[in-house]
Design a protein around this ligand. Structure first.
Ligand code: ZN
Ligand code: ZN
Length: 140
């Protein structure tokens, strides 16, 4: 079953289908400052499971790096997702997908954690090794 999402003003609509590659929480400073929360809930999808349904012309990139491209609506400013073109993956923020059953399995970028979470889930210092990170874990 596909899941649809939209920005706050509704100009940009997106859709994901199938199952995400991973779901969890990111503690990096970019996610924290962008969301205004102590960490951000993410769902990672392959590019072929993701499409923009409407309003692609209103989607802009805040341009952090070529590897990590946060996308927001130019009308309402809502952040919807971060594209990882070199990995072929897109992180659609869980808050963007109201019908997705969120089943987190991991915390990432925990070296930057400001609010400790003791939920028994694995905690990676940065990114998984398969995504170019160190793959190192930190204690719960
Ligand atoms: Zn919008
Ligand atoms: Zn992050």
């Amino acid at each position: 079953m596909p899941h649809s999402g939209r920005c706050l003003c509704g100009a940009v609509e997106l859709e994901v289908s199938g199952s995400p590659v991973a779901m969890g929480y990111c503690h990096c400073s970019f996610c924290r400052s962008g969301s205004g929360d102590p960490f951000n809930a993410f769902s990672l999808w392959k590019h072929d499971a993701f499409r923009i349904k409407a309003g692609a012309q209103h989607l802009a990139t805040s341009g952090k790096t070529t590897e990590s491209q946060p996308k927001y609506c130019t009308i309402c400013g809502d952040r919807l997702m971060t594209d990882y073109p070199t990995l072929g993956l897109v992180d659609v923020f869980v808050s963007t997908l109201p019908t997705l059953a969120f089943c987190p399995s991991i915390h990432i970028n925990c070296a930057e954690m400001v609010l400790p979470v003791r939920d028994g889930l694995p905690k990676l210092k940065d990114f998984p090794a398969a995504l170019g990170g160190s793959g190192e874990m930190i204690a719960d």
